[in-house]
Design a protein around this ligand. Sequence first.
Ligand code: C2E
Ligand code: CA
Ligand code: CA
Length: 856
Amino acid sequence: VTLGSPPRQARLGPNARVWLLSASLAAVAVALVFSTRLEGPLLRLNTAAVWIAVTVAFAASEIWVVHVQFRREAHTISLSEIPLTVGLFFIAPWALVLAQACGVAAALALHRRQSPVKLGFNLAQMALSTAFAVVVFHAAIGRADPLGPRAWLVAGTATACASLVGIISIRAAISVTEGRIRPDKLLEVTLFSLVGTFVNTSLALVGVVTIYRDARAGVLLLLPATALYIAYQAYTRERQKTERMEFLYNTGRTLAGTGSADNGIVQLLEGAVEMFRAEVAEVWVRTAPGDSPGSRTRVRSGQLAEVEAIGDGEYSEGLLEEIMSTDRGAIVDLRQSPPGARRFLERHGLRDAVLTSLKAENRVVGAILVGNRLGNVSGFTPDHLNLLETVATQVGAAVENARLERVLQHQAFHDALTNLPNRALLNERTETALARPGSGVAMLLVDLDDFKVINDTMGHSVGDQLLVAVAARLERAVRDSDTPARVGGDEFAVLVENMSADGDATAAAHRVIEALRQPFDLAGQKVAVSASIGISTNIGGLLDPGALMLQADVAMYAAKAADRGGYRVFEPSMQDEVAERHALRDDLRRALERGELVNHYQPLLALEGHAVLGMEALVRWRHPDRGLIAPGFFIRLAEESGLIVQLGRWVLREACRQLAEWQRLRPAWPLGVSVNLSAVQLRQDGFVDEVVGILKATGLDARSLTLEITESTFMDDTRTAIARLRELRGLGIRLELDDFGTGFSSLSLLRDLPLDGLKIDKSFVDGIRTESDRPVFLQAIVRMAEALDLEMVGEGVEEAHQAEALRAMGVQRGQGYLFSRPLPAEDMGAYLRRSVSLADAEDPAVVRMPARRRSD
Ligand code: C2E
Ligand code: CA
Ligand code: CA
């Protein structure tokens, strides 16, 4: 047993005390040896040869020690009891102590390069142990048969004594250097050593008996001794392997299981210091574009020591920069590493360390370090580096996921262009504000006048600039307690809370109008913009957020109609607008009965090669007076009134019937149809049976049908919705999440959904400015879809460069005006027939889209 756990303070001063302790131990050892008054050995063989063999064996036993690790405690089993036992029988006491001193000194100084103070201590401590063994052995053996059972017992007792003395001396040294006594684990260590001692001693006794009978038989013993050593080693390795696997398994679980990656990282670092038997573990996380600042998290001695925000400057530090740019980890220590690495260690208060970069996908997101290995037996090895690399991959992925989650979280509640809160967040805040008893709440709906003109004449990008500038002014104009939001293309809203009088709402409107009065500087031109504001309040009665918004909307239209650039407060007489909606609802009911609904179909294409894969059914209302009405005007209404159930059923049946007909054009063509599903429909009991019935009636294979759902499907009753979708998917129906990226809030929910694909919302496709443009959030979506093994459809593709960029990013399918607008059924049929004849003429294997023709 050698001195474990090197106390850090040992370098600082208590060295002298250790020297003193060593000297005392050595003195006692010498006194003991000579007290035996024994000149010669118990048994005589070729003394010189035995002495040399024993010396070499002592040296060897220190070089090939067996480290057995239990958690932070390192047990070192040395085979030194073997030469010790042999020596007790064949060598004179003083010669035995000398042999040990020579052998051990050579091994520790040359092989393990121990510092003088440790070397001195270890030598003294071992000399004392051996001296004890000698005294006990010679006192107890008396006149017994030197090769008989009694002698064996005596030898065992002697080596056990030596072992105990060793343990006590080491504890003494630790107390001397650390200034305190640590009784922990003493029993465990002691028992562990004694077991090793008995095994080794028995082996040695077999050797003694055999060699004395016939020295040549020693050769026979070599084999079992080697086997024993190998068994020890194998055990240690196995044990380490299991521990490492356990550790990696636990890190994975920790990172996946904790809600936030930050917690997970702390737990992981705590695990790492144990696993690596080190004092310090640290993780640096670099800032990512559009994210919170970078951070450094440090765990010391098993506890969170510090977390600090750091700037990018930290990474320009030599060693870190090298690690993070070269993609290779390093093992460094204060004694042997180049000056740059030493400076790094000194700055961070470390003696030695193993460190590597954190990689997520193909980006370096930071670095991880484990430092100050405990125990002086060995420093960090390439094995440790390997282990750390694996941990780093897990941490890197966790860091990246956490970042994504934060981005998505933000995205779910903010408008991507202006970064203002979106409708969802506004609704949430309104609900909270209304729930507070006795508080005055007002909603201002701010609609820019003539925004469409600016957008059309000056271009989209100028339009976007204007929206951003308006958002900035709006933010400055409102009080801190108010919430400005973007609720539509050119529609903003301000939630005013804690009103004391109804004049507060109009004051807020004045501030907004004032803020927009100065012309905007856009593309070198001064552009004047005005806004019409509708105001509603909860004064005079409780309202829910929807009603508050609706009244503000009505008031806003009134303001627009009266004098643009002004504001109006809601009055009941403005209800006419609302009444009109009611009228529309009755109209819609009749429309269903009279068969005024039609499906239009928009082709869906493979972005690679432009094969036609199918189409999405999009409903239209052929109104007798108003002409063709887009679904944007009546789907909400249908949902609110429950009419959507009937409407959706009609759309689905018609789409299935139509597709079955088209499939007969060319039976080998795997054509599919996508149908939008409203949350209300899915909530209906018997919905699944209804779908089964429709498929049967129309003779359509379930695999040709894709149902498109939105995240709103999961808002109310997530579990029922998921169960129902599982049933549908079980039938073979494909499921896709529509408008992806605009409103969902949880990655973990996404993981649980039974989905086949996602449709990337048009707003992200619009964000692709050039063919090589890779908007950050779009890329995040694509990566996530890939990770979840979901197919992707790019929606609203209008430009060729968008299609190309999507394709290059790995999005398989596309849909949009670039390929075709939604077409009436007849036109869609013609489109498909043209595609088929084109295929027959060129390449019968693929049915591609026909040359583009403007219609619809
Ligand atoms: P959606 O499911 O996201 O459908 C895509 C919408 O984007 C369609 O609008 C389509 O005409 C339009 N679009 C496609 N490509 C482009 C493009 O390149 N540029 C632009 N600017 N627009 C493009 P549409 O037909 O007005 O439908 C609007 C929404 O109404 C649909 O959005 C869907 O949510 C809903 N809807 C339509 N039919 C049904 C239905 O049968 N049931 C239900 N529940 N909802 C439906
Ligand atoms: Ca859709
Ligand atoms: Ca969509």
